[in-house]
Ligand binder design. Structure first.
Ligand code: F6P
Length: 362
C-alpha cells in the first residue's frame, strides 16, 4: 500500500451551504491525526488541468475563523464542462486526462478528496485512475439525489430556506386571498419540493417523479374554495414537465437549465374563470447560499473526518455516506449501479403528503 503523504481536496458541481465545513473537517483530520499535507485545488479539476496550477496549501490556521458558518466554497467550483472532451476557448475539443495527471504529479498528490455529486465523483475517479491517485468522494447537493446516502451536504440548509420562503408567502397569500406558487430547485429530483410542501403546509406539490394533471390542480383549488379556503399554497419542483411532457428551461451560453415551470403554471391559472389571482416566486440560487444549518454541519464534519479515515485504510474509489445516523463508505461502482436517487412515488413521504390532503398528482 502506498503511504499517503499529500492529499488534495476539491469541490465540484453546484455550490451549497456546508462545503467549507467539509473542507475544514478534512484539514483537521488529515493534519492532526495523519500528519498529511493538504492542498486545496481551486475550481474543481480545472485547478489541476490548466496552467498555472491553481491551488492553496492549507493548514489548521487557515480555519481559525468563521468558515464553519460561511456558505459557498472557499475553493471555488464549476458545474459545466467535460474534462474528457473539453471545449477550449479557440473552439477545439481537448481530452484533459494527461494535463490532470501532470498536475497531480507536479503537486505530488497521493490522493484526492472530491466533494461533489455522484456525477462529479465518477468523472474525477476516472481522471484519478489515469493519474495513479487514490480518490474518495463526499456527497453534497441541495437536490439530495446522491444514491445510498440518506443525506447530501447542503440539502438541510436549502430545505430550511424553502420552508422559510413558504412561511413568508403564506401570510401574503392569506392577506390577498391568492394562490401562491413557489418554484424550488432540485433538477430531476423532487426531494426539496416534497419536504418543503410537507413542512410548509402546502396544498399542492408537483414533483418530476409523480405524474399530475392540470385538471387535478384546478380541481383541488376549486374544492378548497368550496370548503371555504380563500388562499392556497403550491410548491413545484423546477424539473416538472408540462402535461405534454415539455421541460420548461432557459437557454444561455453556458447551457440549458430548468427554470420557469412555476411561471407557466401561474399563467395558466390566471386564465381560469375563478379569481385565483395567482403569483409565483422563483426561489433560485437563494437556496444554495447562507449559513449552513446544524444538520448540514454535523454530516459535513462526520463525512469529512471519515473520508480521511477511508483513505488511511488504503481504500480508493469509494464514497463516504451518512446512513442510519452513522458514517460508512461504499465503492463507486455500487454508487453507479444504484444511480441517481429520485423520489420513489410510493415512498412514505409521498404517502404522508397524500395523507395530509396535498394534491401531489395522480
Ligand atoms: O444541482 C444543484 C442545482 O442547484 C440544481 O438544483 C439546479 O437545477 C442547478 O444546480 C442550477 O445550476 P446553475 O448553478 O448552473 O444555475
Amino acid at each position: 500500500m502506498t503511504e499517503i503523504k499529500r492529499v488534495g481536496v476539491l469541490t465540484s458541481g453546484g455550490d451549497c451551504a456546508g462545503l467549507n465545513s467539509v473542507i475544514r473537517a478534512v484539514i483537521h483530520r488529515a493534519i492532526w491525526t495523519y500528519k498529511w499535507e493538504v492542498y486545496g485545488i481551486m475550481d474543481s479539476t480545472e485547478g489541476l488541468c490548466f496552467r498555472p496550477l491553481r491551488f492553496k496549501k492549507l493548514g489548521i490556521s487557515d480555519f481559525y475563523g468563521p468558515y464553519e458558518r460561511i456558505g459557498g466554497t472557499m475553493l471555488g467550483t464549476i458545474n459545466r464542462g467535460n474534462p474528457f472532451a473539453y471545449k477550449m476557448p479557440d473552439g477545439s475539443v481537448k481530452d484533459l486526462t494527461g494535463d490532470f495527471k501532470e498536475g497531480c504529479e507536479e503537486l505530488g498528490l497521493d490522493a484526492l478528496i472530491v466533494i461533489g455529486g455522484d456525477g462529479s465523483m465518477a468523472i474525477v475517479s476516472k481522471l484519478c485512475a489515469g493519474a495513479g491517485v487514490k480518490m474518495v468522494g463526499i456527497p453534497k447537493t441541495i437536490d439530495n439525489d446522491t444514491p445510498i446516502t440518506d443525506h447530501s451536504v447542503g440539502f438541510a440548509t436549502a430545505r430550511e430556506i424553502c420552508v422559510e420562503a413558504l412561511d413568508r408567502i403564506q401570510t401574503t397569500a392569506a392577506s390577498h386571498h391568492r394562490v401562491m406558487i413557489l418554484e424550488v430547485m432540485g433538477r430531476d429530483a423532487g426531494h426539496l419540493a416534497l419536504h418543503t410542501a410537507i413542512a410548509g403546509g402546502a396544498d399542492i406539490c408537483l414533483i418530476p417523479e409523480v405524474p399530475y394533471t392540470y385538471e387535478g390542480v384546478v380541481n383541488k383549488l376549486r374544492r378548497m374554495r368550496e370548503q371555504g379556503a380563500d388562499h392556497a399554497l403550491i410548491v413545484v419542483s423546477e424539473g416538472v414537465k408540462t402535461e405534454d411532457g415539455q421541460a420548461v428551461t432557459v437557454k444561455t451560453k453556458d447551457g440549458e437549465r430548468y427554470s420557469g415551470f412555476g411561471t407557466y403554471l401561474c399563467n395558466r391559472l390566471a386564465e381560469e374563470p375563478e379569481n385565483f389571482s395567482p403569483r409565483v416566486t422563483l426561489l433560485g440560487h437563494v437556496q444554495r447560499g447562507g449559513i449552513p444549518v446544524a444538520g448540514d454541519r454535523i454530516v459535513a464534519n462526520a463525512l469529512g473526518v471519515h473520508a480521511c479515515d477511508v483513505l488511511a485504510e488504503g481504500k480508493t474509489d469509494h464514497m463516504v455516506v451518512w446512513k442510519n445516523n452513522d458514517v460508512d463508505a461504499v465503492p463507486l461502482t455500487e454508487v453507479a449501479k444504484v444511480g441517481t436517487q429520485n423520489v420513489k412515488p410510493d415512498c412514505s413521504l409521498v404517502k404522508t403528503a397524500r395523507g395530509l390532503g396535498i394534491y401531489i398528482g395522480e
